[in-house]
Design a protein around this ligand. Structure first.
Ligand code: KG4
Ligand code: ZN
Length: 335
């Protein structure tokens, strides 16, 4: 493949981001603006506010990474085409299409989840193929077998809430702020992990799908029955966290066995959870697989992973007047 230098743009949810990836030198620059503070008062992402903020923040981030990378000769533009919030996606798509037109550069719409799946390749100790990826964030809970670029097999997914969403909802029940995952994890450190016998959803059944709504209901009932003290809240938080971690670890181990892979990649915001990391490391030592955690800034939404996918798929880029195209829903297995 010819040398390429790709500008990546991400705007699928509540982070605006831009990055430049060079096929020979690697990541040259990346920048991000998080909208967490903007949505905090609403307890979740407000799509209209997200779109408006992307309009304000994305282009300045693009200009910043171009300058930080030393104004390189770009050879193409990759943007997140989906899945995500359609209004938010259209901002990145429009900017990519406009820049493509004005700079006469080819453009490619990238699948956001492919970015997450390949994000460990941004690191020096990139895992070899094949690997199993566990993607756990506020929007997704997936287990995917990755055999190579463009070769993805969905092994399992959540049938209802995403893991991060379950953390956020339980945090809200316990009166913690948004996004509540980190706050709940901090409170859990003070609690007893066996205080409540919460369900380990779908562990007894075969298969690799997840479900977190039953666990969420169990937590709600426990919150209603418990005294309004910090110790009681900490016990609920710790027992909830343990139930989630047990479930994720067991499914990862099962996925590795079923797919004959020896490497596990963990990405997404929930991958920052210390209890999960420790439990996975234990299991990895016992079962004999390796674990790869991309660094935190590449675990959560970012444009470096989008620029990377653009670089790997540079031959698919289209020149000419690219329409600003987005797909709110876009199944991974159609890639
Ligand atoms: O990947 P991410 O930053 O954004 C998207 O959802 O796209 O993931 C955010 C999610 C939130 O639900 C947040 O509560 C959760 O990850 N999270 C955590 C922790 N840090 C972030 N959940 C549990 N423990 C954590 N330490
Ligand atoms: Zn994401």
């Amino acid at each position: 493949q010819r040398k390429n230098v790709i500008l990546g743009i991400e705007s699928s949810c509540d982070e605006s981001a831009a990055a430049i990836y060079d096929s020979e030198r690697g990541l040259l620059a990346h920048a991000l603006h998080s909208q967490v503070a903007l949505h905090a008062d609403y307890g979740g992402v407000v799509p209209e506010l997200a779109s408006r903020d992307h309009i304000r923040k994305t282009l300045p981030l693009v200009e910043r990474v171009i300058a930080e990378a030393g104004t390189p000769e770009l050879t193409g533009i990759a943007y997140t085409r989906g899945p995500g919030l359609v209004g938010a996606l259209l901002v990145g798509a429009s900017i990519a299409a406009g820049l493509g037109m004005s700079r006469n550069l080819p453009v490619l719409g990238v699948h956001h989840m492919e970015g997450h799946l390949l994000s460990p390749m941004l690191e020096d100790d990139a895992p070899d193929f094949p690997f199993v990826a566990l993607l756990v964030s506020g929007g997704h809970t997936l287990l995917v077998k990755v055999d190579g670029v463009g070769r993805y097999r969905l092994l399992g997914q959540s049938l209802d809430d995403a893991v991060g969403e379950a953390f956020d909802k339980c945090a809200k029940m316990l009166g913690l702020g948004y996004p509540g995952g980190p706050a709940l994890a901090a409170l859990a450190a003070e609690g007893r992990r066996d205080a409540h016998a919460f369900p380990r959803p779908m562990l007894k059944r075969p298969g690799l799908d997840f479900s977190f709504s039953g666990l969420k209901t169990a937590v709600m009932l426990a919150v209603k029955a418990a005294p309004d003290t910090r110790a009681a809240a900490a016990d609920i938080a710790a027992s909830f966290e343990q139930a989630v971690v047990d479930t994720l670890v067991a499914k990862c181990a099962r996925a590795l066995k079923a797919s004959d892979a020896r490497r596990l990649v963990v990405a997404g915001g929930v991958g920052a959870n210390r209890c999960l990391r420790a439990a996975l490391a234990d299991r990895a030592a016992r079962d004999g697989f390796s674990i790869h955690f991309p660094r935190a800034e590449f675990c959560t939404d970012n444009a470096a992973m989008i620029a990377l996918v653009g670089s790997l798929r540079a031959s698919e880029m289209k020149r000419g007047i690219a329409p600003a195209e987005a797909a709110a829903r876009w199944p991974l297995d159609t890639l």
